[in-house]
Design a protein around this ligand. Structure first.
Ligand code: COA
Length: 230
């Protein structure tokens, strides 16, 4: 998903403090993390924002739930600028770890990434996305359709939180059983275009087997032939 955003060059790339920063139009885009390098970029952003800016202890930020989630990466131009993750439960998804690098705040990447993640949940069939919002950020989350689900505040990692929830409209083309079987084996989030396994379908079905399976099949056939001879 791509858009453009007026962006001010990060401070270190400006030539001199006397000069006005050069205004640029940078492309803003979002993707699902699909490789170890993508994950490293996502985790680097999280570390910069939560460990460095918000003094979160490492073990609380990297909580053991990263391999059960869809991880997202936002870019401003070619630079990894934002991240978040979604984890899945029976009838709701949970959006977490939303972070935009300080130098890319107000670039529009936060909104694009959050909306992209909500749309992916809709396409998976979810109608509810749940979250824990830092209490000061409830108005930010309301911009995306989230509302507090009660008045209770609770505390972890040194912040006060509020439970929030967003109701999603049904997706017009959700991923579901009964459609083309190839859809569910496409890369996560790219369900509307053919994936690499559709390219593999142009090869004939040779039903390859391992050596062990081959030996077993051959031995069964041999026994059958010996029995027929006898
Ligand atoms: C929270 C965060 C992700 C927002 O990213 P951002 O780039 O600053 O957000 P944007 O400026 O693009 O804001 C998007 C919209 O939310 C609004 N907004 C931003 N911060 C807000 C706040 N504190 N309260 C109310 N609205 C807010 C903006 O005005 C904008 O609205 P608009 O589109 O109508 O103009 C970013 O500040 C961040 O990474 N903070 C540190 C990590 C963090 O606290 N994560 C959230 C944990 S719950």
């Amino acid at each position: 998903m791509k858009a453009t955003a007026a962006q001010t060059k990060p401070a270190e790339t400006t030539a001199s403090v006397d000069q006005q920063p050069e205004a640029q139009v940078a492309e803003v885009s979002v993707k699902v993390a699909r490789s170890i390098e993508d994950l490293m970029q996502a985790f680097a952003i999280r570390a910069a924002v939560f460990l460095s800016e918000q003094n979160c202890p490492y073990a609380e930020e990297f909580d053991g739930n990263d391999f059960t989630a869809t991880q997202y990466l936002g870019f401003v131009g070619d630079e990894p600028a934002s991240t978040c993750r979604t984890r899945y439960f029976a009838d709701f998804a949970k959006l977490e770890r939303v972070a935009v690098r300080r130098e890319f705040r107000k670039s529009g990447i936060a909104a694009q990434m959050i909306n992209y993640s909500l749309d992916l949940c809709r396409q998976k069939g979810y109608r509810r996305v749940y979250g824990h919002a830092q209490a000061r950020l409830v108005p930010f989350w309301q911009k995306f359709g989230f509302e507090p689900i009660n008045d209770k505040k609770f505390v972890f990692s040194d912040h006060e939180y509020v439970e929030i929830e967003c109701q999603l409209a049904p997706h017009p083309d959700p991923v579901m059983v009964g459609k083309d079987p190839m859809v569910t084996i496409r890369p996560e989030g790219d369900w509307d275009q053919p994936g690499v396994l559709e390219q593999s379908a142009t090869r004939p079905a040779t039903n390859p087997v391992s050596d062990d399976q081959h030996d077993e099949a051959w031995s069964t056939e041999l026994k059958r032939q010996v029995k027929n001879l006898g």
